[in-house]
Design a protein around this ligand. Sequence first.
Ligand code: LLP
Length: 417
Amino acid sequence: MNHFHYRDGELFCEDVPLRAVADDVGAPVYVYSSATLERHYRVFKEAFAPRDPLVAYAVKANGNIAVIATLAKLGAGADTVSAGEIQRALAAGVPPGRIVFSGVGKTEAELAYAISLGVHQINIESVAELDMIARVCDLHGQRAAIAIRINPDVGAGGHDKISTGKAQAKFGVGLDAARMLYARAHAHPLIDAKGFAVHIGSQIRDLAPLEDAFVVLRTLAEEMRAQGLPVERLDLGGGLGIPYFNEPSPPAPTDYAAMVTRVFAGDPAALAFEPGRLIAGNAGVLVSRVIRLQPRPERDILVLDAAMNDLIRPAMYEAFHDIWPVREAPDAPRAPMDVVGPICETGDTFARARALPPLSPDDLVAFMSAGAYGAAMSSTYNARPLIPEVLVRGDRFDVVRRRWKVSEQLELERIPE
Ligand code: LLP
């Protein structure tokens, strides 16, 4: 459920008309609903209530500090994959004790930073990374809490580019390596080996591969304990899909929780999750203005002021985002249109033959379900400045990232003598 709905023929975010935001801040603009963010966090957290897991919001989905702060106030932790994301989490008020640091390419400087902060857990993805952590701990006399991210050889996810759990993926270590690494981590006086982590993909619509991966994780934990190595924590990653309106609904968090509860029944480990899309995806829209309509013999082309640099998911993953007119047109005849942005490549196409009501220059449309991996993946391609982000709460809205100026980008560059 989300808080975007029509009222008197106009599309609202909570009690704010999107038109008012676009008129005030300009388009294109990302608009987020704090009520939806909070609801998604609570639904997820409450589904697991008896186990009281750490829900570490995956900052990569939407790293705006106002978004993270909204969740941090409810007790969310942060799953981070760079020193930059750790800084964002801290700036948003997430305590280090609720920060998880993941990723295959953590540098020594990033590891030293995370260790100096005393983050909750570093998820290790290779032998070399464990060695690097050991070196940093020895050098500074600091302790590090770690988990080993396993690669369970289970594929899942909405697109090949976001599947992470197969053996040939760059993520995690195989089970033999995980056993060896865990024992080695335990043997190090400054490393606290807490347990294991897994994350097999994103936009997962089926519980079966998740269950397969979790069974592998539980079996490994039991095996380690049988060898006298305690396993206190299991991090089950993120990945649960959301409805993008054109596909069968993915499992509800309660179904997911029922499966997890069954798989880990009787296991004493503290559980953690790293949901990103599930929390932020349907909590945000991208509002864009129509520049013009180009009549074509086959079908018309709708040119918007938003482009692939603002929302790259359709170009990169053939992703579907529903497009709603900001002024409701329930009875208007719909005609198929190609929806494109102004960028100079054919990839800058949001949708082909999308059935839309009549639209004219200056009309507004909203790309739905754009709260996750929308603004976070945007760029300045074609010298288009990053667009603003707005957070709505009830009947008020705040600009939580102002529009960038091209002049600010130019200030970073210089022409050598
Ligand atoms: N934990 C780890 C280790 C991850 O790699 C990811 C996402 C998550 C958690 C959060 O996954 P989620 O709950 O959001 O599915 N840019 C792509 C999605 C990439 C996901 C990368 N990893 C997209 O726009 O679909």
